[in-house]
Design a binder for this molecule. Structure first.
Ligand SMILES: Cc1cc2nc3c(=O)[nH]c(=O)nc-3n(C[C@H](O)[C@H](O)[C@H](O)COP(=O)(O)OP(=O)(O)OC[C@H]3O[C@@H](n4cnc5c(N)ncnc54)[C@H](O)[C@@H]3O)c2cc1C
Length: 499
């Protein structure tokens, strides 16, 4: 096994990994680093997902990096445009030579005496290892190999095709086919209008409704600002406007859920007009923002329901048949192609095993620190975005703070930065979200604490003040020399270090 010693290893070359490298190069010049990427391409989510219509449901003024204006004018960008934005960022900043493709990280072992991580990656030529002083996990939050797929009775009887959106073959031809999309999340709401153009008919089959809101695909204020101001200034202002609007809407949803619910449903009625059972198909039994909101750019989803090229059915699946799906109500929907848009399988660090001083780490035993590090896990940050706002808003802040920490340690001569939780900290679930994929994953995820900085507030302005400007030596983060801190038996469980 060959080995390389570096200042920083970044795992993952998606939107976050490239952002981390950019911040590191800019704020900590001269540090050696590598990006280890399991796949053969960068872009992460925006390279993996190829289903028709794939796009962001965050506005690009907040989903774009804080250091690189999004200038295309499209508020919700398609997958290839986001991939190109990430690729352009990497190329222009000279990040490409640092990326090692085909390197799947399977283990990371921390040694407090050496103040180093040993990161083990599988490659086509066997295992390789890298040692580093700091590790930044930008490996996303879900299993790449496959999405979540419930077992439906009779699946093998179905004579047509079943394709999960996460594993979409690009040559899929659905022209003139009867398509059934199972699910009501962002993927289903994207797929329905995108496929309705060519398919004979698209049916969205949902167990229960989701909040869906139409939003313009152009932002008139941002377009105006771009005309009169330099692009960076226009971007910053549009970004700030959208941050404030999203915080306002989220807070309103939390404080006045009934009023927000009423208004969102009224807007759906206005979009669809007469003749639709909005009560049945568009009235969720949870409050706005208990799950992620779905967006329909320019109301595209509602348009295809109105013109009849798509329809929506709210019912439970009894079983798959040879020709389609039989519902609990007894109704049968015919299909040539069934798409289970049933979601992701959440997974941290791409399934890699971590040890600290030869003790294996169980993520659920740990607390998150400022939503960017984990308790008793030295010199490691993770990119984990917001659930109620753009992912990038949070991860940009995370990388800024990591760079501040690295510069601080260089100045003081410290080797270790480790968040140490106080004894009275009470655990709480990491995410306050009722979506199935979150609920399934909670027992395997770290927890948050009962108070700051161990609690994640999902609020960009609050985080900006605390993470960007707050003191590094905050009484919870311990800085020390190599060997002056070791994992205690209670911190992480004792077992043999994984290779
Ligand atoms: C269909 C879809 C739409 C989305 N839309 C939005 C949106 O509109 N707004 C929003 O905020 N968020 C959205 N998200 C969430 C989205 O994943 C993030 O916003 C963002 O793309 C995450 O970037 P990332 O680089 O952190 O992770 P990813 O994009 O998941 O990239 C992770 C990278 O790490 C690599 N990797 C993983 N494990 C390992 C390992 N062990 N070793 C080496 N490499 C590894 C992967 O191969 C991948 O390249 C969406 C997610 C999906 C699936």
């Amino acid at each position: 096994m060959t080995s390389q010693d570096l200042d920083v290893v970044i795992v993952g070359a998606g939107l976050s990994g490239i952002g981390a490298a950019y911040h590191l190069q800019k704020r900590c010049p001269g540090r050696s680093y590598a990006i280890l990427e399991a796949r053969q391409a960068m872009g992460g989510t925006w390279d993996l997902f190829r289903y028709p219509g794939i796009r962001s449901d965050s506005d690009m003024y907040t989903f774009g990096y804080n250091f690189r204006p999004w200038t295309s004018g499209k508020v919700f960008a398609d997958g290839p445009s986001i991939r190109a934005y990430v690729e352009d960022t990497a190329r222009e900043a000279g990040i490409n030579p640092h990326i090692h493709y085909g390197h799947k990280v399977v283990a990371a072992n921390w040694d407090s005496d050496a103040a180093r991580w040993t990161v083990v990656a599988e490659t086509a030529d066997g295992k390789v290892s890298f040692t580093c002083r700091f590790l930044i996990q930008c490996s996303g939050y879900y299993r790449y190999e496959q999405g979540y797929m419930p077992e439906f009775e009779g699946m093998n009887d179905f004579k047509g095709e079943i394709i999960h959106p996460q594993l979409w073959p690009e040559d899929t031809d659905y022209t003139g086919k009867k398509v059934v999309i199972i699910g009501s999340g962002a993927t289903a709401v994207t797929l329905v209008p995108a496929m309705a153009e060519k398919a004979a008919h698209v049916t969205m089959l949902q167990r229960s409704p989701t909040y869906i809101a139409a939003r313009p695909s152009r932002d008139a204020i941002a377009d105006f600002l771009r005309k009169i101001l330099p692009s960076r200034m226009a971007y910053t202002l549009s970004r700030f406007k959208n941050v404030l609007l999203s915080i306002f809407f989220f807070q309103l949803s939390r404080r006045r859920p009934a009023a927000v619910k009423r208004n969102v449903i009224k807007l759906v009625k206005d979009q669809l007009g007469e003749g639709f059972d909005v009560e049945k198909h568009f009235t969720p039994d949870y409050n706005p923002w208990d799950q992620r909101f779905c967006l329909a750019p320019d109301g595209d989803f509602f348009e295809v329901l109105k013109d009849g090229s798509a329809s929506i059915v709210t019912d439970h699946i009894d079983r798959f048949t040879e020709t389609g799906i039989r519902l609990k109500s007894g109704e049968e929907i015919e299909a040539d192609l069934i798409i289970p848009a049933t979601g992701l399988d959440m997974q941290l660090a791409g399934g890699a095993v971590f040890t600290v001083d030869r003790r294996i780490v169980q993520p659920h035993d740990l607390f998150t620190y400022r939503g960017m590090m984990l308790s008793n896990m030295p010199n490691m940050a993770l990119a984990f975005g917001y659930t109620n706002a753009s992912w990038t808003l949070k991860v940009d802040l995370t990388f800024e703070r990591v760079c501040r920490m690295l510069n601080h340690m260089k100045k003081t001569g410290d080797d270790i930065a480790v968040p140490v939780p106080p004894a009275d900290l009470e655990p709480a679930p990491l995410l306050d979200f009722s979506s199935g994929y979150v609920q399934r994953a909670l027992p395997h995820l770290p927890q948050q604490g009962s108070y700051a900085p161990w609690r994640t507030y999902q609020n960009y302005i609050q985080d900006m003040l605390a993470i960007r400007y707050g003191k590094l030596e905050d009484g919870h983060m311990q800085f020390c020399k190599a060997g002056d801190w070791h994992a205690e038996p209670g911190d992480v469980r004792r077992r043999e270090a994984a290779e």
